[in-house]
Design a protein around this ligand. Structure first.
Ligand code: 5GP
Ligand code: MG
Length: 211
């Protein structure tokens, strides 16, 4: 469980990093250590921001049927929270996009096997964060090829001054500074997705973890 520290705005979280340590039984064990996480967005701020996002989506589409497609894996928490606040007839799908290794961008791969049939439908893509914009731009382009009636996109976070594409998501919850963030679905090496807040990892935490 996270424990409040003396410093305001900080929480400690027990990082469980499965680093491939072999036990005597041969089963991989997890190393645990304590990290101080600087909170950028509290649970309450996220609830308010996601509530506002849901209202804007509802206003945009009204009662029309909507297919909402989450970009795995970082969008899962936002997707779960936002769909429960929408009242139109809703279908949910997912598409997988992965490009990060630690904090570095690698080769972008997209797997659309789990995308539902979207021909003639209004589609809203939901992603965790817009950084360079390359991932979402590629997913939007791929989605358009599948013949939907419309494609819009929504992101929880947009990093200031980092975008390298023309893609402007129609819905943006929060603008944040250029820092590596975790929590509320976002990971660092598969850890931290389950935090109920968004926190920035300090450069020394990233370097210390071998980024
Ligand atoms: P982009 O293609 O826009 O540069 O990167 C988008 C993807 O990179 C996001 O969907 C997310 O998975 C990952 N990403 C970018 N910035 C961050 C960050 O600060 N923290 C985490 N955890 N992932 C990030
Ligand atoms: Mg992502």
């Amino acid at each position: 469980m996270p424990v409040a520290r003396a410093l305001p705005g900080y929480l400690e979280w027990q990082l469980t990093a499965c680093a491939g340590v072999e036990s005597a039984s041969g089963i991989s064990e997890c190393q645990q250590e304590w990290k101080a996480l600087r909170i950028l967005l509290s649970q309450q701020e996220l609830e308010e921001g996601v509530g506002t996002l849901a209202r804007r989506i509802q206003q945009c589409y009204g009662d029309s049927p909507l297919t909402i497609v989450g970009v795995l894996t970082g969008s899962i928490v936002l997707l779960a929270d936002v769909i429960r606040q929408l009242e139109m007839p809703l279908r949910v799908g997912v598409v997988q996009a992965s490009s990060y290794q630690g904090t570095q961008r690698g080769v972008l791969t997209i797997n659309a096997d789990l995308m539902p049939d979207i021909r003639g439908r209004d589609v809203l893509l939901v992603d965790d964060i817009l950084d360079s914009g390359h991932t979402l731009a590629r997913v939007v382009a791929l989605t358009r090829e599948l013949g939907p009636r419309s494609v819009r996109s929504a992101v929880l976070l947009r990093k200031t001054g980092r975008q390298q594409t023309d893609l402007e998501p129609e819905f943006i919850c929060f603008d944040i500074p250029d820092e590596f963030v975790v929590g509320y679905g976002l990971d660092y090496r598969d850890a931290y997705r389950n935090l109920s807040y968004v926190a920035a990892l300090e450069p020394e935490d990233l370097a210390g973890a071998g980024a």
